[in-house]
Design a protein around this ligand. Structure first.
Ligand code: TEU
Length: 578
């Protein structure tokens, strides 16, 4: 182990749990149907009682809201929808007052098309022209000349839009309202660093960095290989972990993070990142970021037609994937752990069973398995209640630009509308964005007005108030998991060993640290499963589980896991059998 690795062993975020708030859907204090900062401040007890250490706030900056705030038009202010800087400072002080930290969302792969930088750059003579990726039409003057290359955008359609003002196209990997910044331009990079320092000096404790592994593009912008049946090419070889991404992050670290040693949490969101790349990004000796969000385990149920063509998860694939990440970042680097965020469907509906019989059991099993891995767990608002996907009836119920664009494009391509809708229902991002369910009242305690997206009708039973008064709720299980991470060093530091890699029903692994070993068992099915336990576990104590009354494994070789049961056993070397 190198000196710098061990010096990070004690980094505070290794034993921390992060809670993500999607402000638009968390708590509305003024009755306009949209969540806001004062709403969050008013609900901080919920986070404190859960026991989380960090609040990650999705974007609250001024924005035309084309992508719900991931299209920023001013990096140093608050959108009036959410409040103002004074409301932000109140929230920050209240978070700190409860001993928690606050991490901001940093969206610097692109800005809004309404950002003054972009507006200025539309003039070919402007010094800001080089801050974005402007290119002439490929085949000569005018839009008829065609886009500069064949890349498709993440949100359907081409990654280029023509601007009459300057007679050129601009690049946007996401929607046309989210032009990509050109990280080749030093003046732009230093403006971003100055903005980041400004937030850190204001008191924020780090950044979750949106698609930050896409910021470096091959400046040649070559065509990509054609994707399936569509007209677009796949540009990802030119921008996923592009040529200068490590240089940029090291520069950002020197210019920004290095001024606050030991204080910050930085996590880079990195679609398409490999475990080998992640090791480089998170190696403390390289001084880039603390951890990354990888996407492998949330892509295993994507079918041949992509995310909106889902297929059932194979448990063996999930175990193999997560185990590879555990091993790959064991000696150097660090994992983030997540099932959910504002871009993913609800995990209990996706990998569990959201029906009345198994919802609580499967949500708590999934939580147990995730939180007992090595890494920093992220809880997405409502996950701790076992919130489920929404019953979207028709396309009119969706709000998200990704879903709406996909629907329009798929129908134009002649796809069966019912099939398209099935894909959106299963995988659409709006599933994560329905209002937080605080209580059983008509607005779910989220708003007294009309919510911007309807509350899930199941809020009459699935809500925080009900969960708090039920010791067997998903909420109380999350509290126990978070408390266990804070009290048991083996959860934070233990080595990970996958067991039963070929078993399609049970997720099993051990964590070992200085003579303590934990055995984690999760039944991923709605049936009972008989397991042969090795003798050293026959009399081990159960420290956590989701089936009340299950005793430590009976003396004898076999034990039976109930449907969706999770069990964590603990033994210490040299402990005498009871
Ligand atoms: O997401 C990036 C991303 O790669 C995907 O998760 C994306 O949301 C989509 O599902 C691809 O199918 C980040 C943000 O988390 C997301 O909300 C933004 O829309 C996106 O970047 C653009 O800023």
């Amino acid at each position: 182990m190198t000196g710098s690795v061990s010096s990070e062993d004690g980094a505070w975020w290794r034993s921390a749990v992060v809670y993500q708030v999607y402000p638009r859907s968390f708590a509305d204090s003024d009755g306009d149907g949209i969540g806001d900062l004062d709403g969050i401040t008013g609900r901080l007890d919920h986070l404190a009682e859960l026991g989380v250490d960090v609040l990650w706030l999705s974007p609250v900056y001024p924005s035309p809201q084309a992508d719900n705030g991931y299209d920023i038009s001013d990096y140093q202010d608050i959108d009036p929808l959410f409040g103002d800087l004074a409301a932000f400072d109140r929230l920050l002080a209240a978070v700190h007052g409860r001993g928690m930290r606050l991490v901001m969302d940093l969206v610097v792969n692109h800005t809004s098309d309404r950002h003054p930088w972009f507006q200025e750059s539309r003039d070919p003579a402007s010094p800001k022209r080089s801050w974005y990726w402007w290119r002439p039409p490929r085949g000569g003057a005018g839009a008829g000349g065609g886009a500069p290359n064949n890349w498709g955008s993440f949100f359907s359609g081409p990654a280029w839009t023509y601007d009459e003002a300057g007679g050129a196209y601009y690049l946007h990997l996401f929607s046309s309202r989210q032009p990509d910044l050109n990280w080749e331009e030093p003046a732009m990079r230093h403006a971003v660093y100055a903005m980041m320092r400004w937030w850190l000096e204001r008191g924020v404790d780090g950044f979750r960095m949106d698609v930050v592994n896409l910021i470096s593009k091959d400046p040649a912008l070559p065509d990509g290989p054609l994707r399936g049946d569509g007209p677009q090419g796949d540009g990802s070889p030119s921008y996923v972990c592009g040529p200068r991404v490590h240089d940029h992050l090291q520069e950002m670290h020197r210019e920004v993070f290095a001024h606050h040693p030991g204080r910050l949490l930085t996590v880079g969101e990195m679609p398409g990142v490999t475990v080998e790349q992640a090791r480089l990004f998170t190696d403390p000796a390289r001084a880039e970021v603390d951890m990354v969000f990888q996407f492998e385990h949330v892509s295993l149920d994507h079918g041949p037609g992509g995310k909106f063509d889902p297929r059932p998860l194979r448990l063996t694939d999930l175990k193999a994937s997560l185990a590879r990440w555990q091993e790959g970042l064991a000696a150097t680097g660090w994992n983030s752990l997540y099932w959910s965020n504002h871009d993913q469907p609800r995990i209990v509906s996706r990998f569990g069973d959201d029906g009345p019989l198994h919802r609580v059991r499967s949500a708590t099993m999934l939580a147990t398995v995730l939180h007992l891995h090595r890494g920093t767990p992220f809880v997405y608002q409502g996950e701790e209640l076992g919130m489920a996907n929404a019953p979207f009836a028709s396309i009119g119920d969706f709000r998200d630009i990704e879903s709406l664009n996909h629907h329009a494009q798929a129908l134009a391509a002649g796809e069966d509308p019912e099939r398209v809708l099935r894909g959106l229902r299963a995988m659409g991002r709006d599933n994560a964005r329905t209002p937080m369910q605080w209580d059983a009242s008509p607005g779910a305690g989220f708003t007294t007005g009309i919510p911007w997206i309807p509350v899930n009708p199941d809020h009459t039973t699935v809500n925080a108030a009900a969960a708090r008064s039920d010791p067997h709720s998903v909420y109380h299980h999350y509290r126990r998991l978070i408390a266990l991470r804070h009290s048991e060093p083996a959860v934070v530091h233990g080595d990970f060993t996958l067991l039963l890699p070929q078993d399609e029903r049970v997720y099993a692994f051990t964590r070992s640290h200085r003579g303590t070993t934990l055995l984690v068992l999760g039944n991923f099915t709605g049936g009972s499963v008989r397991l042969d336990l090795p003798p050293q576990w026959w009399q081990a104590g159960r420290i956590l589980g989701n089936v009340p009354g299950t005793d430590p494994a009976e003396p004898g070789s076999a034990t039976v896991l109930a449907p969706w049961e999770a069990r964590v056993l603990r033994r210490t070397e040299g402990a005498t059998a009871r």
